[in-house]
Design a protein around this ligand. Structure first.
Ligand code: AMP
Ligand code: MG
Length: 481
């Protein structure tokens, strides 16, 4: 029954064989207190704030969802295969909007589950606020992502290096099914169970391929395209996910699990901020290689159900995976071409993108602000200038634009693809320092600025400034447990 403005719960995931989940209740709430709520997202989901507050107030009591569950999955973490599962999160249920759009409503930091291993199942207020802030920023940057509906203080302390306030994030996503869910199925499930997962996933996320000749192969192709596109957008915005393990690679093509992520200021392909990424496996410019590697793990996990004949299955999967390099190059230069005002970058124009990045690297330029400069080529007053070393490149670029789309159109394309405001690391951390000390003003201000990232506003000049070079040199991010 649909009650106006409240969650409209369904639990379609529980139609899967039991090996894919464990029924779990939120366990880590002594005194749930709503700290932050995303009213715009409430509107999108057609949930009233009042109803949501009521729902939160009973979290952890017998009245909460009968059928909330933790998901089973495995995954390659930094290249090694491990059995994992939701150790500090549960899916409260699936919310069905009046338009029949289905979303997982997940509670991250909800307490221990069957999959917690040695973890405490908890999350800190700071880490959940960080995920909230950056995931919402990605949404407004037009990058597919999980969203953040609320942060709830649990009233239970969390022991990390220091004693911290505990919190849970209410995360909204088309689905939390991951490459790792399929790796789990391939490793630990029967053929029937494996097929049940594939059928469920196709029906839920890609119903248009249901009647294809080989829907599982079509699923592989769909996920390839969506993940390639996603990472292309990360490159566009200078986003470094930081922990691109296969358990953090969503079949829906959404960004999720914002642990050690960060944005790059000064352009350098090897930029890494994660404190545990010692070898730079997940460095900025490695992301395309890693997504291809993750997709190869996905193809492997599908092998037993792509074709009954092992050899044939391998051939079909290999043929699909063999298209990845071409697929990446096309998508990447399409996306990066738009950053310099070219809608469909022809192969001979791709060099303009490469040369620009080389210049930026050599001259240690700010990634976002360099593109901002180009997007305002004709502006009479510029707050940012480019060094004279760019003159040769600028000449070639202007020549190309003049002989193709023309400047008016190019500028329009660039302004839609080059953000003016991105989550600058120093701003993120300052807002989190203040918010965890009870002052949420700067956090709210950043949410406001980053909700219109493509619109220049003279009053927001301070939000365009990168931090001192020394800040990023020492900046380290954490998995955020
Ligand atoms: P992540 O790095 O967030 O993708 O998490 C990797 C795995 O570690 C997942 O299985 C998580 O559920 C689990 N995990 C992370 N933090 C905790 C925690 N505090 N308690 C229990 N499990 C955790
Ligand atoms: Mg994860």
């Amino acid at each position: 029954m649909l009650t106006a403005n409240s969650f409209n719960w369904e639990y379609s995931y529980l139609s899967l064989p039991e090996i894919f989940y464990s029924l779990e209740k939120p366990g880590a709430f002594a005194a749930p207190h709503l700290f932050l709520i995303n009213e715009k997202l409430c509107d999108t989901l057609c949930i009233s704030k009042i109803n949501f507050e009521e729902y939160i107030s009973v979290l952890g009591t017998a009245e909460t969802n009968e059928k909330s569950f933790a998901q089973a999955y495995a995954g390659h973490q930094f290249g090694s295969f491990t059995n994992l599962g939701d150790g500090r999160a549960i899916v409260l249920g699936e919310h069905l909007t009046p338009e029949k759009e289905r979303f997982d409503i997940q509670l991250k930091g909800s307490g221990r589950t069957m999959y917690s291993r040695r973890g405490d199942g908890k999350a800190t207020l700071r880490a959940m606020l960080r995920e909230y802030l950056i995931s919402e920023a990605l949404f407004y940057l037009k990058i597919p992502t999980s969203r953040s509906l609320a942060v709830i203080k649990t009233g239970v302390p969390v022991y990390r290096e220091t004693l911290q306030e505990g919190a849970a994030l209410v995360r909204v996503m088309k689905s939390h099914i991951r490459v790792g869910t399929f790796e789990y199925a391939a490793c630990f499930c029967s053929r029937d169970e494996h097929e049940a997962l594939a059928n469920y996933t196709i029906q839920r996320l890609y119903p248009e391929i249901m009647d294809d000749e080989n829907p599982v192969l079509s699923l592989l192709n769909k996920v390839m395209i969506n993940q390639i596109q996603l990472v292309g957008h990360w490159m566009r915005a200078g986003f470094i996910h930081g922990v691109m393990n296969t358990d953090n690679t969503a079949i829906s093509g959404e960004t999720f699990d914002y642990g050690p992520c960060a944005f790059m200021n000064t352009y350098h392909p090897e930029t890494v901020f994660s404190s545990i990424d010692y070898d730079g496996r997940y460095a900025f410019a490695n992301q395309p290689q890693i997504v291809k590697w993750n997709l190869a793990r996905f193809a492997e996990a599908l092998l037993p159900i792509i074709h009954i004949d092992e050899k044939k299955a391998l051939e079909l999967a290999q043929n699909a995976i063999d298209t990845l390099d071409v697929l990446w190059n096309e998508k990447y230069y399409e996306i990066m071409g738009k950053k310099i005002g070219i809608e469909k970058a022809r192969p001979e124009q791709r060099i303009l993108v490469d040369d620009l990045l080389n210049l930026m690297q050599n001259l240690k330029m700010d990634y976002t602000n360099t593109f901002y400069y180009l997007s305002n080529e004709n502006a009479s007053e510029k707050s940012i200038t480019l060094p004279s070393e760019f003159n040769g490149w600028l000449e070639k670029w202007r020549h190309t634009i003049n002989n193709t789309v023309g400047f008016k159109k190019a500028i329009a394309i660039m302004q839609q693809n080059n953000p003016v405001y991105i989550p600058r690391n120093h701003l993120v951390e300052r807002a989190l320092d203040e918010a965890t000390n009870g002052n949420i003003a700067m956090f709210q201000k950043l949410l406001e600025v980053w909700s219109r990232p493509y619109n220049y506003d003279a009053t927001y000049a301070e939000f365009m400034k990168p931090p001192d070079v020394s800040f990023d040199k020492e900046y380290r991010t954490f998995c955020g447990t």
